[in-house]
Design a protein. Structure first.
Length: 179
């Protein structure tokens, strides 16, 4: 009997004191959800990808999503980078400013087009590295003076599978109201 009372009390002690408060499961953040102070959110969507902290040596990266480790040891990833612009630019102008650098760095641009993702304008780039056999998909969102660049990367031979999960994560991107 004492064991049952202890079990009940321990369950009550770990519950939120008031439903809907910060410790309640009702408002606990969804695993893989990232809210930026720059006014957007993104999440791992319906994938098995895991959100992790970005490398400290690249301050413009705000979060990273990693696929489950494959057998070959080459882990696909999706990085989220934020660029703060000095002046507001049209999306296409912003992308074209640095798109020409890809060929200089040994990349072939396969696709470069403006797209709509959940009614939000974005720019999509599919790129292949000539030297490293990596393939990338970049999707660029721009609002006022904040650019958000989502970059999905994997080996060329497995990219067609990886990009499906990346697209699910990319579709979760949403600008939020800033205070």
């Amino acid at each position: 009997m004492n064991g049952l009372i202890f079990l009940l009390l321990s369950q009550l002690a770990s519950a939120a004191p008031i439903p809907g408060t910060s410790t309640s499961p009702l408002v606990a953040p969804k695993p893989g959800m990232f809210y930026s102070s720059k006014g957007f959110r993104i999440d791992a969507a319906n994938t098995a990808w895991v959100q992790s902290a970005p490398p400290k040596k690249i301050p413009s990266l705000v979060t990273v999503y990693k696929a489950p480790m494959p057998l070959d040891g080459q882990q696909p990833a999706l990085t989220v980078r934020v660029d703060d612009l000095r002046t507001a630019l049209p999306l296409k102008t912003y992308v074209k400013k640095w798109m020409q650098d890809y060929t200089r760095f040994g990349f072939d641009v396969l696709t470069a087009k403006q797209v709509k993702i959940n009614e939000t304008s974005a720019f999509l780039l599919d790129i292949i590295s000539k030297e490293t056999k990596k393939q990338l998909r970049q999707v660029v969102f721009l609002k006022e003076k904040t650019a958000v660049i989502l970059t999905c990367r994997d080996q060329r031979q497995t990219f067609s599978k990886t990009v499906q999960d990346c697209n699910q994560i990319i579709k979760s991107f949403e600008w939020t109201a800033q205070e």
